[in-house]
Design a protein around this ligand. Structure first.
Ligand code: DGJ
Length: 684
């Protein structure tokens, strides 16, 4: 019987082996294919003092009993030990079972290589084969070892808060640990369940990343282990915990996706992008329409006549979809009411809501609608009828956040209510786009009478079921996921949505930074982005209309500005840029994307390549180079992944060799008026 397994990925491989006493699996090698041939870079070569062998080993997944001092992946009350029991692998999965004879806990450690990518998915299936309940306080999906050296690890992570999501940060960890978590019931604005580890001795050496496919609370730690390697542990956060596994019961942890690239952070982003495209499947080819969303223009004051004016102006610019955001339903005059009562406020729409939708469609626009299915306003009819449908603890007052409460979506009757109203809306009106929002984390997280219910897991499972239902029942419907901006952009959500809303902050320079972080984790076809008015609500640093357009074109273009305030000249420019975007969107959404330089550089630029076409979007972040008033040279953007010997022609007929574009760069001349540009090169 074999003791060692290699998973072959697109260009990398991942090799694990059983330790001699078969108590745990160890990582042998992870990197470009073939790295497994040679002595393992992870194996502990020294002797072990004061700790156990497991504490010093590159363990793949271990319970706390087995690995007491160096952090374990599974925390079981009363502790747990196990031993390898069986290889239950299938054609597509490596599945290795470990059993704890004493408690009856059976853990199948599972691996699946995602075909055509360098992404490996890992998860664990736990079953209680014993006679007593097992209480779990730590529920990791996987432990991930990275062979960092004496200088420790450089960790790159995404952090922020509402309106500042996806801020990229790096820190060097020489010893000790680093931790991120969310108790928000969604992944949250503060941290993203995504991390990159590199050896701190190199500036941008090989990169190893993890991304958790879980739409609820989560935890992720990275720790320098006694033997010097870096080990990452990630999984859902038992919230409220612990999770109780009754005799005979099973549970499956969320998947943790692992990716690696020898080409640093940029190369790793490319691996994640390829995975995003894989998750989108055939839906990647679906057109993601240019949308107009009226939220910033009208707020809660949604009146049919004003909406139609905006729709007409949007249609004139070449917009393809009109989305009515919050405020269209009964009782929703402001954020204190309405949530839960998903009936259009007919009196706001002359001739009724149906007639309004038809008028929008008569302009040649598709129609989209905002909903917040998990939310409920205390003033709503729904709350009056079902006060027991919210999370609550008997005897404790309910905390309001944004004046609203959260439905206990894990309850069957709540799930059915939400599915019912979504079906009603989607069958009553020709809605082709649904923005699913979520604006408050759970508080008073309880369900009277069921003290051990796994509330986070039940909520997330039904949220996923609803998204799956929408996909299955309305295959043409585009779903945008949003949680007060970018609060829920995990892999489980994006695999069930078509686009996500990274942040409510659309102010030019802030957004450039947010998008820079977003594109480390997800591909451009997922990145909804709007052109809004300037200066906007957030960042007061003004940028041209062109800058804001080119920025929104970097993903899925939308407009959120008050169009009635735009001049004829602005409309003309907008119409030209929308047409330009439409002609390039296939390359932007389905091509290979590489962020060439980020928001901290004088010129930020992103490259998209599909077949013979290369599109470069570039932005001047404000630093002046002096030309043409004083001697100076053009700013240059060095492109990536071109054929050095090939010739590339721009739209003015200027030709460049691939070598020139790669090593010298594409010249750009910034002026006060021209602070962003779109370049299209064709390989000849
Ligand atoms: C929060 C979202 O992020 C916004 O885009 C908008 O939809 C508001 N909610 C509406 O309440």
């Amino acid at each position: 019987m074999t003791n060692r397994w290699t998973l072959e990925l697109e260009s990398t491989s991942y090799t694990v082996a059983l330790e001699p006493q078969r108590r745990w699996l160890e990582l042998v090698a992870w990197g470009p294919r073939g790295v497994e041939h040679g002595p393992s870079p992870l194996a502990n070569r020294g002797s072990v003092h004061f700790i156990t062998d497991a504490d010093a080993a590159p363990v793949e997944y271990a319970p706390r009993g087995l690995r007491p001092f160096s952090a374990a992946d599974l925390g079981v009350a009363g502790e747990s030990w196990w031993r390898f029991a069986a290889d239950e692998s299938t054609d597509t999965q490596l599945r290795l079972a470990f059993v704890d004879e004493l408690t009856g806990l059976r853990a199948v450690q599972c691996y699946r290589a995602e075909p055509g990518t360098d992404v490996l998915c890992r998860w664990v299936e736990l079953t209680n084969t014993g006679t007593a309940a097992i209480s779990i306080d730590r529920l990791g999906s996987a432990g991930v070892c990275v062979p960092t050296g004496e200088r420790g690890a450089r960790l790159t992570y995404l952090t922020g808060q509402w309106s500042q999501e996806f801020t990229r940060r790096s820190t060097v960890l020489e010893a000790g640990s680093f931790r991120m978590e969310s108790r928000f019931g969604v992944p949250g604005h503060q941290y993203v369940p995504w991390l990159t580890v590199q050896d701190a001795a190199e500036t941008d050496g090989p990169a190893y990343g993890v991304s958790l496919a879980w739409s609820g609370s989560w935890e992720l730690d990275a720790e320098i282990e006694p033997s010097g390697l870096t080990r990452v542990r990630a999984g859902r956060l038992a919230n409220p915990g612990p999770v109780v596994l009754e005799p005979g019961a099973s549970l499956t942890t969320p998947e943790l996706a692992l990716a690696s690239s020898v080409d640093g952070l940029g190369g790793l982003a490319g691996v994640w992008h390829a995975y995003s495209r894989k998750l989108a499947g055939p839906r990647l080819r679906n057109r993601r329409p240019v949308l107009y969303n009226s939220w910033e223009a009208t707020g809660f004051e949604v009146l049919g006549s004003r909406q139609l004016d905006l729709a007409r102006q949007a249609a004139d610019l070449g917009v393809e979809l009109f989305v009515v955001d919050d405020g269209w339903f009964v009782g929703r005059d402001d954020d204190t009411g309405g949530l839960g009562d998903w009936t259009p406020e007919q009196s706001s729409f002359e001739g009724g809501f149906g007639a309004f939708v038809e008028s929008v469609r008569a302009l040649g626009l598709d129609f989209g609608l905002w909903v917040e299915p998990e939310a409920i306003s205390p003033k709503s009819k729904l709350y009056a009828e079902h006060p027991d449908w919210v999370y609550r603890i008997d005897g404790r007052p309910a905390t309001l956040i944004r004046n609203q409460l959260l439905l206990d979506l894990g309850k069957t009757e709540v799930f059915e209510y939400v599915r019912g109203f979504l079906d009603e809306l989607l069958t009553a009106y020709p809605i082709s786009y649904l923005k699913w929002d979520m604006n408050r984390p759970p508080t008073e997280r309880g369900r009277p009478g069921e003290p051990t219910a796994d509330l986070d897991a039940e909520h997330v499972a039904n949220y996923h079921r609803l998204l799956d239902h929408l996909r299955d029942t309305y295959p043409g419907l585009i779903v945008e996921s949003c949680a007060g901006g970018g609060g829920r952009t995990d892999l489980a959500t994006v695999s069930r949505s078509d686009v996500v809303w990274p942040s409510d902050n659309t102010a030019a320079l802030d957004r450039l930074r947010i998008q820079d972080g977003f594109l480390l984790m997800h591909a451009p076809h997922l990145m909804s982005s709007w052109v809004t008015d300037a200066p906007g609500v957030f960042d007061p640093r003004p940028r041209s209309l062109r800058f804001r357009f080119v920025l929104a074109m970097a993903g899925v273009l939308g407009i959120g500005a008050d169009l009635s305030r735009w001049s004829a000249e602005q409309r003309k420019e907008a119409a030209e840029l929308i047409a330009r975007y439409k002609s390039l969107r296939i390359t932007i959404h389905t091509g290979r994307c590489r962020v060439l330089s980020g928001p901290t550089e004088p010129t930020a630029a992103t490259q998209y390549t599909l077949g013979e076409q290369t599109v470069v979007l570039a932005w001047s972040t404000g630093e002046l180079v002096g030309t043409p008033l004083v001697p100076g040279r053009s700013s240059r953007i060095r492109l990536h992944g071109l054929d050095a010997a090939a010739t590339y022609r721009d739209e003015d007929g200027q030709e460049y060799s691939g070598a020139h574009l790669t090593h010298v760069g594409l010249p750009v001349e910034w002026t006060a008026e021209r602070d962003a540009d779109v370049f299209v090169l064709t390989r000849v």
